[in-house]
Design a protein around this ligand. Structure first.
Ligand SMILES: [Cu+2]
Length: 462
């Protein structure tokens, strides 16, 4: 098991075999936030592995025909975007935990070691498995005490897109970032599962971290201020880099407390499956936005045939912003002339915000507390992208090599294909041609009376 052309990889993959004979598979820890290249299977059934943006796939070992994994539940520091680190809980050094990839029919054994300060458990969302392996602590198993290791074992019966997360002190542990993706590849061909060239995995999570702080407020129910993909926020989310003509699948899981309408620019997609399984072909239809409700998974598929840098984001505009205070009044249209200077004599560094809109935020270099992600930011080739949160890009290039997931840089537009500034004469818009003096201000008076007959629906008697 190895990472092909690993970039700056800190995955101790090579050392996995060292402890092959040990009872417990060595836990592989990942300390990087880079997108790791796909983990190609070296034995067993072949499959086209997934890529987890800003994440990785957990290596396994085979023992007596069982795929063995080792998850360590533990506190982690996750860089959510450059300059902003969060104190989260996760698995094997990161939040979210590593993606687990297996093949339909595989017998899977997962060792879970609890290095958290409290008990935990792991629920394997969407899987068919023995009741005692379902991971609801108190219901299906005792919780895993601090410092102990439990073993989960089952056959991955259904191919599809799944998730894992704790089912003990769930609200706290998920608010702290404990979750991961699980992909079960079909064994052989499946008429409802299309082979694709690129296959991405995203788990959506939300945090409430006060600007300047690093630890999420775990009691928050709805008013989260950080909306993330794989515990990363724009501009920290890597772009999805594909070759023009690739068939692309993106699998989204939603473990936040609200729905996310996922929107792709420049292409149409179909929803090809959910955590319930592949969608029947007759039920698939073209969309450019699909809602992923709480606790759901949606896998979308499209042909990446339009070159460019295409925005790919949650369509809730507040979910493409970072670290917002919510008690900021709307100031659009309010004239602040002179006010900042007056207040500035009492409070140095005072700034008024949002008089023309909020785009000012990106121009003004607002002083931010340390360890805080700017609210709307991200440099593009034409200036600030003015986004945050659940925003990234699908970069489609004709010269992207097969299997190359690296960032090709900004798209070079063919001459004459970028919206341009018109500098010719501007006609006065028609609506401004009539001024008040010439406008007909005579009130309209009805010229003839008319009658209305209202017919009431007959009352049913009896
Ligand atoms: Cu959203």
């Amino acid at each position: 098991m190895k990472y092909a052309s690993m970039t700056g990889g800190a995955v101790a993959a090579a050392s996995v075999s060292r402890n092959l004979m040990a009872a417990l598979p060595e836990a592989v820890i990942q300390t990087e936030v880079n997108t790791m290249p796909p983990l190609y299977p070296e034995s067993g059934h072949d499959y086209n592995p997934v890529v987890t943006p800003n994440g990785w796939t957990l290596p396994f070992r085979m023992r007596n025909n069982v795929k063995e994994f080792h998850l360590i539940a533990e506190p982690v520091v996750r860089e959510m975007t450059p300059g902003f680190n969060a104190n989260l809980w996760g698995y094997n050094g990161q939040s979210p935990g590593p993606t687990i990839e297996v093949v339909e029919g595989d017998r899977v054994r997962i060792y879970v070691t609890n290095n958290l300060p409290e008990h935990t458990s792991v629920h394997w969302h969407g899987q068919r498995l023995p009741n005692g392996m379902d991971g609801v602590s108190g219901l299906n198993q005792p919780p895993i005490p601090v410092g102990k290791t439990f073993v989960y074992e089952f056959v991955a019966k259904r191919p599809g897109t799944f998730m894992y997360h704790p089912h003990g002190d769930e609200m706290v542990q998920m608010a702290m970032g404990m979750m991961g993706s699980w992909v079960t590849h079909p064994k052989g061909s499946n008429r409802l599962i299309n082979p694709v060239d690129r296959d991405f995995c995203v788990i959506m999570n939300a945090y409430d971290i006060v600007p300047g702080a690093a630890t999420p407020r775990i009691m928050t129910m709805l008013d989260f201020n950080l909306w993330s993909w794989n515990s990363r926020i724009f501009p920290g989310i890597d772009s999805f880099n594909v070759r023009q003509g690739d068939k692309v699948r993106v699998r989204f899981g939603n473990l936040t407390m609200t729905n996310h309408p996922i929107h792709l620019h420049g292409h149409e997609f179909v929803v090809s499956g959910t955590d319930g399984g592949p969608t029947q072909t007759s039920a698939r239809h073209w969309e450019v936005t699909t809602d992923v409700a709480v606790g759901q998974m949606r896998q979308i598929e499209f042909l990446a045939d339009e070159p460019g840098d295409w925005a790919f984001h949650c369509h809730k505009s507040h979910h493409t912003m970072n670290a917002m205070g919510h008690d900021v009044p709307t100031m659009i249209g309010v004239d602040h002339t002179g006010m900042a200077q007056q207040i500035g004599s009492v409070i140095p560094d005072y700034m008024v915000m949002g008089e023309r809109g909020m785009a000012d935020m990106t121009e003004m270099e607002m002083p931010l507390p340390d360890n805080t992600a700017p609210m709307m930011t991200g440099d593009g080739p034409f200036g600030s992208v003015e986004m945050g949160g659940m925003f990234s890009m699908i970069k489609v290039r004709s010269d992207q090599a097969r299997g190359d997931y690296s960032d090709p840089g900004w798209y070079e537009h063919p001459p004459g294909t970028v919206a341009w500034e018109y500098t010719g004469e501007l006609e006065e818009p028609a609506r401004f041609k009539s001024d008040v003096s010439s406008a007909d201000t005579t009130p309209v008076t009805p010229t003839e009376s008319f009658e209305v007959n209202a017919i009431k629906p007959a009352r049913r008697v009896g």
